[in-house]
Design a protein around this ligand. Structure first.
Ligand SMILES: [Fe+2]
Ligand SMILES: [Fe+2]
Length: 189
């Protein structure tokens, strides 16, 4: 397999961001301009919640520890990233219960937090970690990121752990519960 076929961490994170941005765009679209109804909008919100929860947990397990270890000033950059993620998670958690008219203001609030956060990662974090990681480190981190997404929770948990140790103990337990709830309620993520 050619080197270029294996996605590295930077590509995987950017791909996730594009997907998440697409869902945000659908959710925040002016209701007068689109043909989908509240039920469809609720489904989009559920996809967004699951995608975002997995993405941020995988970053908490793989990206931020690597930034702390390798990037100069990595510690304060990681703290800033985690602070932004926590702020967005609180709104994402509220979005789980949004219905009809209450969904749009929450979606708009989440959109502004998530867009600023993704821009911060793409402008300040990804170039710095790429520069600090010799080949094939980006691919190794990409593999770990993919694995982390498979075990990550599908709901936000703003009061849960954000650090690797907590995520691998309490976080894994909550991820298992999330998946069980997905199964019971027939929710697809
Ligand atoms: Fe993030
Ligand atoms: Fe991200």
């Amino acid at each position: 397999m050619g080197r270029s076929r294996i996605p590295n961490l930077y590509t995987l994170i950017q791909q996730d961001h594009r997907y998440i941005q697409g869902l945000i765009d659908q959710l925040t679209a002016d209701p007068a301009q689109v043909s989908y109804d509240d039920t469809a909008r609720r489904h989009v919100a559920d996809f967004l919640i699951a995608a975002e929860s997995r993405h941020e947990t995988a970053e908490e397990l793989v990206l931020w520890p690597a930034v702390r270890r390798r990037v100069p000033e990595g510690h304060s950059l990681a703290e800033e990233g985690l602070r932004q993620e926590h702020e967005a998670k609180i709104v994402l958690d509220a979005l789980r219960f949004g219905k009809g008219d209450s969904l749009r203001p929450l979606a708009l609030e989440f959109s502004s937090l998530a867009c600023a956060h993704m821009a911060f990662e793409e402008r300040s974090i990804l170039p710095a970690i790429r520069k600090a990681t010799p080949w094939p480190g980006g691919w190794v981190l990409g593999f770990k990121f993919t694995m982390a997404k498979k075990i990550a929770p599908t709901r936000p948990h703003p009061n849960g752990p954000q650090r690797r140790l907590g995520l691998l103990t309490r976080g894994l337990f909550t991820a298992g519960l999330d998946r069980l709830r997905d199964k019971v309620t027939g929710r697809k993520a």
